[in-house]
Design a protein around this ligand. Structure first.
Ligand code: PGA
Length: 249
């Protein structure tokens, strides 16, 4: 089954390292049916574009401004990313929500801006340990999803991948269990069905992220309930990421 395999470098690696990474990944994944998206830091995007051109790999950014242009020192706009040949953008990663105080409203605005410039969105949602402990995880991610998708039309959903990333599983070496993933993706599909239509719930692309490594990737990514994976730490090694990206699921 064809899957979507996404690399999120976070704030790691240098632009000069991107050339070798891109060339190796392009070669090693030349025959895969999977869709591969690499999201390096902004500074790496031009180099990545240059060396991934003509390959199976598409390019994503890790963030985008909700504003279109103007007096926003330090920000990067959707039109800048589009002009560079970027196709995807991660929006609402938990690290941005917690460290940079991104709210659901801001995330909703970012999604609308990104879509209006023809960028596709990887929307991250997920609960923390306390919320899970209080048995509120379902209600919490449902609200994150509802708020993020406010004012988004059904026909725009094909430009959105939902990434379920429980915060307690990110970078901890302890991924969610198969049962956790099945339960949460079923809940998310149901929510999309009630917001839009049954068909929308079936068709929405949902990926899982959080401590995917060489030991657990097969079991997780093969799950029929998910369309792929968002991989942080393990994606930094190009050999390891290529192995996961070209696997037949
Ligand atoms: P991780 O990160 O694979 O290192 O847990 C996933 C993510 O935050 O996207």
């Amino acid at each position: 089954m064809k899957k979507i395999i996404i690399a999120n470098f976070k704030m790691n690696t240098t632009p000069s390292e991107m050339k070798g990474y891109s060339m190796t990944l392009a070669t090693k994944t030349a025959n895969t049916k999977n869709q591969i998206i690499v999201c390096p830091p902004f500074t790496h995007l031009s180099i990545a574009k240059q060396f991934l051109d003509g390959s199976k790999v598409t390019l994503g950014a890790q963030n985008v401004s909700d504003a279109e242009k103007g007096t926003y020192t330090g920000e990067i706009s959707a039109s800048m990313l589009k002009d560079l040949g970027v196709e995807y953008v991660i929006i609402g990663h938990s690290e941005r929500r917690s460290r940079f105080k991104e709210t659901d409203r801001m995330i909703n605005r970012k999604i609308k801006t990104a879509l209006s410039y023809g960028l596709k969105v990887i929307l991250c949602i997920g609960e923390d340990l306390a919320t899970r402990g209080a048995k509120q995880a379902g209600a919490f991610v449902r609200k994150q999803l509802d708020d993020a998708l406010k004012g988004i039309y059904e026909n725009e959903l094909e430009g959105i991948i939902v990434a379920y990333e429980p915060i307690w599983a990110i970078g901890t070496g302890k991924s969610a269990t198969v049962k956790d993933i099945e339960k949460m993706t079923a809940l998310l599909r149901k929510e999309i069905s009630s917001l839009y239509s049954e068909k929308a719930g079936e068709n929405i692309n949902i990926v899982y992220g959080g401590s995917i490594d060489l030991n657990n990737y097969k079991k997780i990514i093969s799950l029929p309930c998910i369309n792929g994976a968002l991989i942080g730490g393990t994606s930094l090694d190009v050999d390891n990421f290529s192995l996961i990206a070209r696997e037949n699921y």
